[in-house]
Design a protein around this ligand. Structure first.
Ligand code: FAD
Length: 290
């Protein structure tokens, strides 16, 4: 973990692009609540497929226009170099300076080809080739390994390819096993990787959604958390309270060990993230004594 302590801490909040006008209005409120905590940036996810992509662009440009630093996620799967080039230029013209560069996933049943750039390392290299050093590039990291990885070793080496291609920093898939993160950092340090790897934090708000997401992305829910959440059944208040405690404690451990910040998967809700944020006393970031 030694290498991570040298980096300045940064804090960020992730949204997905809203589907409806009501969702858009709600997101403005959520964003304003979170903006009061002065995060370093917001990010907006990007899906494969036309209409969701338009919504990401719209959300990012609206936020930028309102003076809110926003990092679009940009995936290459199913896309062409031409489309990516246009998007990079549009973002640059609108003052975007940070991009979360991903391979992405094609929705099952959507078919279609993988696109001209097959992996995130190729996207990172392409962005560097086209836009030089303009963008600060974030990539994804998987402390519990990516579900499609041929092996743990191969996944680490593939992560290194993204760093070698020019990634500035990484955000992890969410996890509840802090040791997986610490071990991941030790392994990448041994490979000579020296970039900030910011833990992605998923507040716990709903058991069935959490199980579904975790199955898809390969994040393990420890048995003791699963059993306790199961026992609460439909008791939402208890789930929220327990989730808040578990996630706060995990973040405390991470911060004490010197992580270079936290990235919250807000799921477009402010309350669960703010509960953890306030428990950690992060509002006064300059005074963090962890
Ligand atoms: P890659 O780094 O390309 O890795 C994908 C897989 O291929 C891994 O198993 C890896 O080991 C292997 N691999 C990588 N490079 C090579 C290579 N050169 N040769 C052979 N094998 C290779 N998804 C979205 O659709 N939209 C989003 O906005 C989004 N945001 C995300 C944000 C974060 C912080 C994270 C952690 C994930 C996000 N995802 C998002 C999910 C992500 O797109 C998926 O996990 C996807 O399956 C992999 O994307 P990647 O960029 O990690 O891919």
């Amino acid at each position: 973990m030694q290498s991570q302590k040298q980096f300045k801490r940064r804090f960020s909040f992730e949204f997905f692009p809203p589907k409806t006008p009501q969702g858009k209005e709600k997101l403005q409120v959520v964003r304003d609540e979170l903006a009061r905590r002065k995060p370093d940036f917001f990010s907006v996810t990007y899906g494969a497929g036309g209409s969701t992509q338009e919504r990401t662009i719209d959300t990012v440009l609206t936020f930028q226009d309102q003076g809110i630093a926003t990092a679009p996620h940009l995936s290459c799967v199913g896309s062409t170099k031409e489309t990516i080039t246009e998007l990079l230029d549009l973002y640059k013209e609108n003052g975007v300076t940070r991009i979360v560069a991903l391979r992405g996933d094609l929705p099952s049943g959507m078919g279609g080809s993988a696109g001209e750039l097959k992996y995130a390392n190729e996207l990172v290299a392409f962005i560097r080739e086209h836009s030089g050093e303009h963008f600060n590039l974030e990539v994804a990291a998987y402390p519990e390994f990516h579900p499609q990885a041929a092996s743990a070793e191969a996944d680490l080496l593939n992560f290194k390819k993204k760093v070698d291609a020019g990634a500035n920093s990484a955000i992890t898939q969410y996890f509840f096993n802090v040791d997986a993160y610490f071990y991941f950092i030790d392994r990448i340090e041994a490979l000579g990787i020296n970039i900030p790897v910011v833990p992605g934090i998923m507040p716990i708000t709903n058991f069935s959604n959490l199980v579904r997401f975790s199955d898809m992305c390969g994040a393990e829910i420890p048995r003791w958390i699963k059993k306790q959440l199961e026992a609460y059944a439909d008791d939402t208040d208890s789930i929220l309270k327990f989730g808040e405690e578990v996630v706060t404690r995990m973040c405390e451990t991470l911060l004490k060990e010197g992580v270079p910040g936290l990235h919250f998967y807000t799921m477009n809700q402010s309350a669960p993230t703010l509960a953890v944020w306030d428990n950690l006393g992060l509002s006064d970031k300059e005074k963090i004594t962890f």
